[in-house]
Design a protein around this ligand. Structure first.
Ligand code: HEC
Length: 265
């Protein structure tokens, strides 16, 4: 009996040490399922609006005339990158970020567009808002309903994932919070006027129009805003740190349908 218990404990220990992305993702989902038994998997794509009926009511009203429409239209007009991507760049957003086996790094769709521009001797576009984000919004809109599908093809990619994960759970800033402190351990709870959304659902709807911004912004822009909230050092847009973080986050959102662009407070 004692031996069986010891073997079991040993297996538990080993499984913790070699936790794979798949078990990470299953553990996270099980955790949320216990906290939010009322939510179906797909519900997570609407973030806090499934946890806050009052906020949901005004959100539904804003959605009748979505404030991102003009930018989305502009993005469609400015989309001239078809020949840089498979399937003319349409319906592919849910497969980014990707591991790039030639440069050995995580590449986001935003970066891929700027690479395309560089190949054509065009200047790179800024990452957080404006033309590039509008183009991303158009591309993402052609992926609506498609499930996020992030792949981790090799050991180097796994390492990038692990770095992103470590960053997510590491405490930082004057307030000494990790991303997980708010979006995992305290998801669903109130922080001053805000209800904290779960990490599941965090990557399906970008670019998003935030009322606070008054325009469309990228996922990294939102992540940078969270750094400022806790008075932490802000990493640069598209730095390796933020790309690896986005890779981890997106992997954890695998299987959820895309619904970009969307609207948030
Ligand atoms: C002090 C708490 C706190 C910390 C720490 C924090 N956030 Fe947030 N975050 C918020 C609040 C509040 C919002 C807005 C309400 C919501 O959707 O949760 C938000 C929103 C978000 C959103 C947008 C959610 C949506 O549905 O559009 C993302 C993505 C996000 N945070 C990622 C991160 C990441 C990544 C980190 C770590 C670098 C982080 N946050 C750290 C409080 C926090």
């Amino acid at each position: 009996m004692v031996n069986v218990t010891r073997i079991f404990l040993l297996m538990l220990l080993v499984s913790k040490v070699i936790a794979t992305p798949l078990t990470d993702s299953q553990n996270l989902r099980n955790n949320y399922q216990q906290v939010f038994p009322q939510l179906k998997f797909e519900d997570y794509i609407d973030g806090v609006y499934n946890l806050d009926p009052i906020a949901r009511a005004s959100w539904e009203e804003i959605k009748i005339f979505p404030p991102y429409e003009f930018e989305l239209e502009a993005g469609k007009k400015m989309f001239k990158y078809a020949d840089c991507f498979e399937n003319q760049g349409l319906g592919i957003s849910q497969t980014y970020p990707r591991w790039d086996i030639t440069t050995n790094e995580v590449i986001t769709l935003a970066m891929a567009i700027n690479r395309c521009r560089l190949q054509r001797q065009q200047a790179e576009l800024p990452y957080l808002q404006g033309e590039l984000v509008q183009v991303l919004a158009y591309m993402a809109s052609t992926s609506r309903g498609k499930q996020i599908k992030i792949e981790i093809p090799n050991q180097a990619a796994l390492q990038a994932y692990a770095q992103g994960k470590a960053y997510y759970y590491q405490r930082r800033g004057q307030l000494n919070f990790s991303c997980a402190s708010c979006h995992v351990q305290n998801a669903g709870k109130r922080l001053r006027a805000e209800i904290l959304s779960p990490m599941l659902g965090h990557t399906t709807h970008w670019p998003t129009y935030r009322l606070k911004w008054g325009n469309l912004g990228s996922l990294q822009r939102r992540i940078i805003a969270c750094h400022k909230q806790i008075r932490a050092v802000v990493p640069k847009a598209q730095s390796i740190v933020l790309r690896n973080l986005e890779y981890f986050l997106s992997y954890m959102n695998n299987g959820l349908p895309m619904n970009a662009p969307s609207i948030r407070k």
